[in-house]
Design a protein around this ligand. Sequence first.
Ligand code: SAM
Length: 456
Amino acid sequence: MADSILSLADIVNRSAQTIDGLCRKHNAKFPDPNEPFDVHTEEIRNNAEVLAAAATLTAAAEQLVASVWLPGPTLIHSGLAFHVSAALRVAITCHVAESLREAGPQGAHVDRICEGMVVRPQTLGRILRLLSTKHIFREVSPEVFANNRLSSLLDTGKSVAELLANPNAKYENSNNPLPALFEHSTDEVMKTASYLAEVITDPAMAASDEPDNVAFSIAMRTDKDWWKWAESPENSMYVQRFSLAMSAAKQVMPEQTTVEGFDWGSLPKDATVVDVGGGVGAASLALARAFPDLRLVVQDRTKTIEQAWGYWEKHMPEGIASGRITLEAHDFFDAVQPRGAADVYLLRFILHDWADSYCLKILDPLRKVAGPNTTLIIVDTVLPYACRNSNDSDDEATPLLANLGAVNLQGYLVDMQMLTLLNGQERTAEQFDRLLLQAGWRVERFSKNHIVAKPV
Ligand SMILES: C[S@@+](CC[C@H](N)C(=O)[O-])C[C@H]1O[C@@H](n2cnc3c(N)ncnc32)[C@H](O)[C@@H]1O
């Protein structure tokens, strides 16, 4: 057997022993995959040392499977993976996780899960068996399914009776935004992704940076870009779901990371931070709470700023009343930045929505008015290469993929989402360096997905 395979198996084994040792040290039980998700039993997995060992184990185990299992079936699994996505959407629309929560640990027969719904038991049973094979749900006995840790994340917390009475309100007043994220991903995002090959082999579409000339345009039969499409009243169902989906996505990088991602305390008293495309101002709110001396300007599209008034009225009315917080409708493609030379321009999850040519249009007005001490802070995922490069200082002897494969897959999947929905992209550090230099900004440092730049 190849040394690399033995070495991967050894990494899996040693990482598992590390986790076991840490669990004993902290007198904790590692979360049982067959029990529903619960923040208390998850605590040990979030311990930094346990998380690091779990990441190494996951990267090694996934690479081991790809190295050992038959190449044909391995590829077929990737080629047909969309069936798992489609099945996941069915489980959500048929309220299976809620039904199985009500059934308890012994589970429920598929006949019972289907009660009150159009779906046929023999069909849903096949769909749940596929998901159980992917460790989402458990088939506890033939045709009887129960929730497990993964499937319980699909539970909105509502009763099945309530959901059947009003299925369109599934996400209203739910504390769990994950089902909305998965339904958004497995509906319009999945349909959109299926046109990627057509788009990148069509000479006109392939050469286009336009956000209204993408796979999404074909899938949703629209000539509007995502932003204008989302503002159309007939798409309000998608937009509500998307807003909730984004609150789930934000859990991965909460506003607090921006409070910690830069030394805001080093700015002069009363420094002005312009949150360009700041949404309703969630990151600005976190900054305003942590640094009472900052003056914050939240700029976004007119419709978003209309919502922002209610948001600030609820969370920090005194900030608006004192003039410390300014809400401003402003199109970031306008040639003039109305705030002039600010101390900081913050672009949080903005550039990944756009192709380079559009990013330059956003960055140019900021560079024109920037003073010598102005700081530009970009918050976006910085994607590593899948190979080692000359800047890497880590262990070259490890057989693991340089980006840890499965552990960091999400960034590359979101990159595809940006490409197909918006003509946007997640970028590598080198791509950020080049783009920002072209716009007249020099990167000073990269730190935890916060890119700090100064005028050239
Ligand atoms: C991915 S969201 C990021 C929001 C916010 N920065 C955050 O971190 O939560 C992108 C934001 O860009 C805004 N946006 C899109 N096009 C815009 C434009 N032309 N001018 C100003 N804002 C725009 C959207 O309304 C949205 O709030």
